[in-house]
Write a protein that binds this ligand. Sequence first.
Ligand SMILES: NC(=O)c1ccc[n+]([C@@H]2O[C@H](COP(=O)([O-])OP(=O)(O)OC[C@H]3O[C@@H](n4cnc5c(N)ncnc54)[C@H](OP(=O)(O)O)[C@@H]3O)[C@@H](O)[C@H]2O)c1
Length: 344
Amino acid sequence: MKRFTNLVIVASGCVLASGRVLASGRALASGRALASGLALAGVGALAGASGFAAEVMAQTPAVPAQDQQVVLVTGSTSGLGKELAMRFGARGDHVIVHGRNEERGAEVVDAINAAGPGSARFYRADFASLAQVRSFAETLLADYDRLDILINNAGFGSAPDERLLTEDGHEYRFQVNYLSTFLLTHMLMQRVLDSAPSRIVNVSSGAQRPIDFDDVMIENNFSGGRAYAQSKLAQVMFTHDLAEELEGTGVVVGSLHPATYMPTGMVLRLGVTPRATIAEGADAVMQVVDSDEFESGQYFSGLRQARANAQAYDAQARARLKQLSEELTGIRCRLGRCQAVGGR
Ligand SMILES: NC(=O)c1ccc[n+]([C@@H]2O[C@H](COP(=O)([O-])OP(=O)(O)OC[C@H]3O[C@@H](n4cnc5c(N)ncnc54)[C@H](OP(=O)(O)O)[C@@H]3O)[C@@H](O)[C@H]2O)c1
């Protein structure tokens, strides 16, 4: 893995280096505008086209140094993502901190900037809104000309045991944990390719359940645990597809179960007794980020290579998931070039 002084992006929202926060209403408006633009152009061509992106740039004059890696860690306002963001900052990277909670996002940014030698910015985006994910990606494309490491970490756990829907009308965990990651990753892909050798890490879980393609949104026999486990397996399936697509590009992609029951927000909400530390989970993620032996597409459980649920190795199931994801997000992408599908 190449080393610069570092630039890291942590995904989960839109907060600024200055601690100022983006207006969410603007994010939604620009997201809607972007959807039609995707029909005509590659995603990169749309960067900077929205007023939303222009406003962000105006408020955030700080740019990464030439020799800094840029790292995006989604869901870095707490838990595992926060620990990862701090680690990237400590080794000198520029970290893009993401989440919904602006106050906690600003705290992480302040801590990274104060500790040095790295730097950070916060971006707020709710992954329960595909429009906000589009705006988030568009803003990053306008703000950054490289993305060395993408850590797809943002996630919502199995508690509460309630069937929730996103503003797009999809089952909540499926969209927040998987579908938004699918959309964000594809929209940012040109930057990742431009930065090769680069790396994408999908933080999945050992909790995995096969997708029932007759009831993907789990209208029958719902449980929060089933929804969470389905979304986590979808991440692994996505990883395998990406590894195939990105072969020979210098972009390595992997997925992992970081550690079991770390004392993070989602585990505390579940009410179970923690069994591992957040540091253990972060060690596992950093191994996937840094290891020269890591082969694209591999799945790890902690520090060891492991086998995911059988559906992850089922090419037909993966093709079905990919097609569904393209229909639900409205884009079909290959190697950073995207086109609209489904009349969007
Ligand atoms: N904890 C464990 O033992 C364990 C085990 C296996 C896998 N994992 C995985 O590790 C990852 C990190 O989770 P964690 O344990 O650190 O949990 P956590 O403390 O609850 O952190 C979750 C992060 O995701 C963000 N997030 C949640 N909902 C979001 C939404 N709708 N839109 C945007 N961001 C959202 C949160 O940001 P805001 O609060 O600012 O919205 C927060 O930064 C997850 O992918 C999880 O599945 C955890």
